[in-house]
Write a protein that binds this ligand. Sequence first.
Ligand code: KIV
Ligand code: ZN
Length: 419
Amino acid sequence: MKDVNPDRVFIFDTTLRDGEQSPGFHLDANSKLRIARQLEKLGVDVIEAGFPISSPGDFEACRRIAREIRGATVTALARAVKEDIDAVWGAIKEAENPQIHIVLSVSDVHINRKLGMSREQVLKRGAEMVAYARTLCDNVEYSPEDAGRADIDYLVETVETMIAAGANVINIPDTTGYCLPYEFGEIVRRAIKDARGSDKALFSVHCHNDLGLAVANTLAAISAGARRVECTVNGIGERAGNTSLEEIVMLLNVRQAKLGLECGVNTTEITRTSRLVSELTGTPVQPNKAVVGANAFAHASGIHQDGVLKDRLNYEIMKPEDVGLSDSRIVLTARSGRHAFHHRLGRLGITLTDGNDDAAWQRFLQLADTKKEVTDEDLRKIAAMSETNGHEGNGHPPVTDQLNDHNHVADTLRHLIFG
Ligand code: KIV
Ligand code: ZN
């Protein structure tokens, strides 16, 4: 590809197509449009808006997105049949930068068991449909489905045939999430090196996460020369999902010095985008999810909290601000340490007097053993109780004994412990 910065990785977001087609993630046209607007703010290069032939609602969603979105290329998916391609074109032709995306299998498993065709027939059909799509649109992407399990020589032949037919983007999918990173990297390397005309196309990859390797395989493909990656917000998508947008983007960002690559995403919009997708699909993000999970910037164990409070570089490889969060979280649990306890009290403007400090800490530990997280509200009550009962000195009675007191604070603590 001429005139393209060789260090630039283009981000193709398929949240609204591969993400939305997975069970439980359905979005109506209004929700799709809201997500597309947010993807525009996020700065992705391509938005795959849907699969227009699948339903009138999806056709309409794609059309509204194509009309409104500016800056990003808008694409939609077609099988290698004229009706699908016409539907895509009908839906996206008003986009500033439209692209038709055609998918047709390349693995023998699919060719024999799904399509019931021969390799020659598949090649012919693919080339005819690419050529047809090119009569409508200058920008045509071809995805040889299940490339991860295909015969490599046939894949190379497919790639060069589709480029010759007019495809200017070749997307290599590991449709079933089967490949190991070094295998997938090698497939992409061979496709780029051995297919005649490969210099005329942009190479893209599309990985699924069935074995938890989608991001690793995407990185291997980038290392092998792919410069466009298909991904989804929160990693949603068929079965175990797709390459997660936030993970691959932050990987490029955090390890920029090592990888020497860049992308155009405004990372500070990542959290907002993740939350919008979660809200509109009604599906929460798992707490330990990299980059966007609730725990991604939370520190709960005493050792980690102490380290982070001394210098966040001790346990944070990226800044919460870089993904649009205001700060990391110091979470108080039974595994927390005194440094964190005082830090959180300090943030509430509470300073314990020396004599009450130990008592408050013991009360904290007793309470922490009874619940998942000690909240600001709990801390205020613990502090108030410690001040009230400060005269008890070192004999700190267990919190549960103190619940027999008739004072208001103890009642509250009983409520906190026993619900
Ligand atoms: O997984 C896949 O192969 C796809 C193609 C349409 C790229 O989603
Ligand atoms: Zn897919």
